[in-house]
Design a protein around this ligand. Sequence first.
Ligand code: PCA
Length: 201
Amino acid sequence: MKKLLLTGFEPFLSFPVNPTMQVVEQLDGKTIGDYVIYGKILSVNFNASGDELLDHIHEEKPDAVLSLGLAGGRYKMTPERVALNVKDGEPDNEGHRPIDEIIELEGPPAYFSSLPIREMVNRLSDAGLPADISNSAGTYLCNNVMYAGLHWAAQHKSEMPSGFLHIPASYELAIQHGKIPGWALDDLVKGVKICIETLSD
Ligand code: PCA
């Protein structure tokens, strides 16, 4: 059986709950396709989250990595196409706010996801779940973690598929927030399972 490292994030900014945490908690320890799921929650901290991901990669030695992030306001599930070598944006949970910073001084400007993102979108759509490829993971923590995983794989000449899926808010979060669309948590879980199944075939 192969191992899949599935990560989510803690709450941040104006989002008092993060549905990625709930999805990861529900799927941790489950078997999906060829993979046993190892679920971990990352902090929303520019100085720590990339290293947290790499520590989990070193500890668990996964065969694939799928990181989840909340994209509050998006209507669809969106596998990300690229990670940029940039940190910039709103303050993280420690109040740290990088402006126009480089993540890895020696790293390339960007990495493409090594997940089968087109197949993921096709299968999500076939299952009746709105989905699209996103061409920007932003420059906040999600991009930072996606870049960290792909940079590690490049440096270690690893063929481990790695990448990022942004998910919409849950109903619970949408109601608390008041200005963003929401999905049923069960549908968010179903969509993430479909993406993981795509890795098995
Ligand atoms: N989403 C944020 C960071 C944490 C999360 O769940 C992002 O899109 O960068």
